[in-house]
Write a new protein. Structure first.
Ligand SMILES: C[S@@+](CC[C@H](N)C(=O)[O-])C[C@H]1O[C@@H](n2cnc3c(N)ncnc32)[C@H](O)[C@@H]1O
Length: 185
């Protein structure tokens, strides 16, 4: 099945959870990827990889000894990624992003260098956003980066409570156009 069709079907089944009708554009992918310090990253986490648009680009640039750990709640997407992005560096976990610490403990990973996200925060309750942002903050190392996109700026104020530096850019060439956030502890 074509990537875009699988995403569309998932959206109709679970619109709030899927959060998008189609996969991210190459322009959005590039804007996300350019914020990752691949040279100094050994552990990279991706939240809500969907069909692996960012995952493929991350795996291409990641250090050969890096680990790329994806948290995806939709098991169909997990199967798709395992099949289509197969790579020694990749670990796909079929669990929600609120479980980062618990799952990383099992992999003996304490801190990570970068967390990338495609999560539809706008559709989450305040408590769920807070839980995920706290997990992200506590999992990043001192120079770590949190890079993600959103279709609206709703989350901007909340980010200020968790991160000391927050930068925002706009990507017009995506369906729909969106904002990319780069957050540092
Ligand atoms: C907007 S899509 C992003 C897909 C992909 N990153 C892209 O840019 O094309 C959001 C993804 O987040 C996943 N998701 C939603 N809630 C989640 C959660 N609590 N934990 C992990 N993944 C979640 C959805 O299943 C979906 O794959």
């Amino acid at each position: 099945m074509k990537d875009s069709l699988l995403m569309l079907i998932s959206f109709f089944k679970k619109p709030k959870e899927t959060g998008a009708i189609t996969i991210s554009s190459k322009y959005l992918t590039n804007e996300i990827i350019k914020n990752i310090d691949f040279k100094n990253s050994r552990n990279i986490i991706e939240l809500g990889p969907g069909l692996g648009t960012f995952t493929k680009a991350i795996l291409k640039k990641a250090n050969p000894d890096a680990k790329v750990v994806c948290f995806e709640i939709n098991n169909k997407f997990c199967n798709y990624i395992n099949k289509n992005c197969a790579d020694e560096k990749l670990i796909v976990i079929n669990a929600g992003a609120g479980n980062i610490r618990k799952k990383l403990n099992k992999l003996s990973i304490k801190k990570v260098d970068c967390i990338v996200s495609g999560l539809p925060f706008r559709n989450f309750s305040k408590a769920k956003k807070e839980k995920i942002l706290a997990e992200v903050k506590n999992t990043l190392n001192g120079n770590g980066r949190f890079v993600f996109f959103q279709y609206t700026k709703d989350i901007s104020t909340m980010l200020g409570f968790y991160f000391s530096k927050v930068k925002k850019s706009f990507v017009p060439l995506n369906i729909p156009p969106c904002f990319v956030y780069l957050c540092e502890n």
